[in-house]
Design a binder for this molecule. Sequence first.
Ligand SMILES: [Zn+2]
Length: 297
Amino acid sequence: MKITMLGTGAALPDPDRGQSAILISLDSGKHYLFDCGEGATRQMVRANVNPADVGVVFLTHLHHDHIGDFPYFVISSWMMNRKGSPVLLGPRGTRNFARHLFEDGAFHTDFAARSAYPLRQANIEAVRPDVREISPGMVYQDDEVKIHALHVDHIPEHICECFGVRFEAEGKVVAFSGDTKPCDAMVELARDADLMIHECTFPESFIAHRAKTGVGIYAHTSPTELGVIAARAGAKSVVATHFGHFDSTSPVLKRAAGHHLPVDLMGPHLMDEVAADIRKNYHGPLRLAHDLMRIDL
Ligand SMILES: [Zn+2]
């Protein structure tokens, strides 16, 4: 199988990173998408994958940087001749999210205009996702794939459940954290995984700053903590991703983020600090994700 890191950034617009999206492509030609943040659909095409060929989408949680591209993904897949409904897996609230997008929601006018064409009527199911709100456990299975999901610890559960996943196919295991602070569920999901993809939103030096300013320090995993999780799980290789713009040199980002990020510390050099901190506890193969990074398993 092939894993393509379509988007490796976080919640802000970033000139160098799209928002969270990971595509797993099997040798059989099936594609599974994990999260659908801004830019995911265009990045698929850059990776030579037709969005209409992606049959299953899994949303780890409903923060905008994990779901923002979903309407574009669905509508463009419809226009690119998808057959049948895409399967949409996600937490409680996913049905409501999807229902308010297309024929009964935000893109009603677009739907009405395009569906007037016989050609678009012929595959109208493409714009009617098959939504399945999930509970912890086995959440999806077909003849090639098993997907297990467990709650991770990111947003208070009464607002949104957040899931990590364990994807099994072709005799290989890929685990993905979604967004979370360090949690035992990820150790379980990534147990002996061939690849663990884990969020790594801020380096240690940023976390110290955010603790002082009181902005959202609790909900993510630091590089040092990521290394501990990887070692405990026995992960055979690791990709760190979901970088919170700390490596950016964008003056727009720096000006806008001044109240909650230590912008004077920002820059690509921080990637060295991230790798070194992960390495304190995890000594196997390590990659720091960038957009369109491809991993063959
Ligand atoms: Zn996120």
